[in-house]
Design a protein around this ligand. Structure first.
Ligand SMILES: [Zn+2]
Ligand SMILES: [Zn+2]
Length: 280
């Protein structure tokens, strides 16, 4: 069982909008987790323009190509594309994908919040074109609503999207769900909501893989502070890994999302990588 880590050196040394240079000491900050024999490190490759155009409009991609953050965006998306294909083809069991300027706020023709292209859209399009129709359960525990993910997969009956944000609502026969995470939460309360609102849905949905948009902007002192401790994110990854083992042979892809505290990133991601790699 191999765990992949996807990183590119373009992710450090720039002040990304909102998250800043939080990965400035990565991948070295992963420490001993990186040298575990079952962990394989990959340089996230840039996604092709053709693949971006499967999800985004030509006007959107033209603008993106002229932006200063394009290199960060395309390597973030490219890491996700590679990781998803490698997991679904059996080369990896799970993966931790670093991401600086792409993700859940990017719709087909609009984006905001420092996520300037979809990660999940191109990744799933690519995997399906090579491996056939695949069902994915997407868990979003960033502080903010994953409007982009919702837009990209709105009519996709093979994508369950459970998004923890500011209100509760269920649409599309229970396939597109919002869970109110509340203004303040203890670690235990939030984990209980994941157990109640994500895990049973996922069991019933029977996905081929769980994709997790894992923001740590909900941590105490960060810009989406819900009162959660740094330990919470490690416990959360352990819980979702266990769910993936139960429902989809462990296939679990984590994509980093919001959060600007470099100290939290350096604390949680080595531990999360260890959780992904251990116990098989
Ligand atoms: Zn956020
Ligand atoms: Zn949401």
């Amino acid at each position: 069982m191999t765990t992949g880590v996807f990183f590119n050196d373009v992710f450090k040394g720039s002040q990304w909008n909102i998250i800043g240079d939080k990965f400035r000491r990565f991948p070295e900050a992963l420490g001993g987790s990186l040298s575990m024999p079952q962990v394989r490190m990959y340089a996230s490759p840039p996604v092709s323009e053709e693949l971006l155009l499967q999800i985004h409009t030509p006007r959107f991609v033209d603008d993106l190509k002229r932006a200063w953050y394009y290199d960060g965006v395309r390597c973030s998306v490219g890491g996700c594309v590679e990781a998803l294909e490698k997991i679904l083809s059996g080369e990896l069991v799970n993966a931790l994908v670093f991401n600086v300027a792409a993700g859940h706020h990017a719709e087909h023709d609009y984006s905001w919040g420092d996520t300037y292209a979809s990660c999940a859209g191109p990744a799933l399009w690519n995997a399906r074109s090579k491996l056939g129709r695949k069902r994915v359960a997407i868990l979003d525990t960033d502080a903010h609503h994953g409007n982009g993910t919702r837009d990209v997969f709105r009519d996709d009956a093979d994508v369950l999207h459970v998004c923890f944000c500011g209100s509760s609502r269920s649409e599309c026969e229970g396939l597109k769900v919002r869970v109110d995470a509340g203004w303040q939460s203890s670690d235990g309360e939030y984990l209980d909501k994941v157990r109640r609102e994500f895990i049973p849905h996922t069991r019933e949905f029977r996905p081929d893989l769980i994709l997790h948009n894992l923001g740590h902007d909900t941590c105490q002192g960060d810009y989406g502070d819900l009162g959660l401790s740094p330990e919470f994110f490690i416990d959360l990854a352990a819980e979702v890994k266990q769910c993936a083992r139960e429902v989809c042979q462990g296939r679990y892809l984590i994509v980093t999302h919001g959060g600007c505290r470099a100290d939290v990133a350096e604390y949680i991601f080595p531990a999360i990588l260890q959780i992904l790699a251990e116990g098989w």
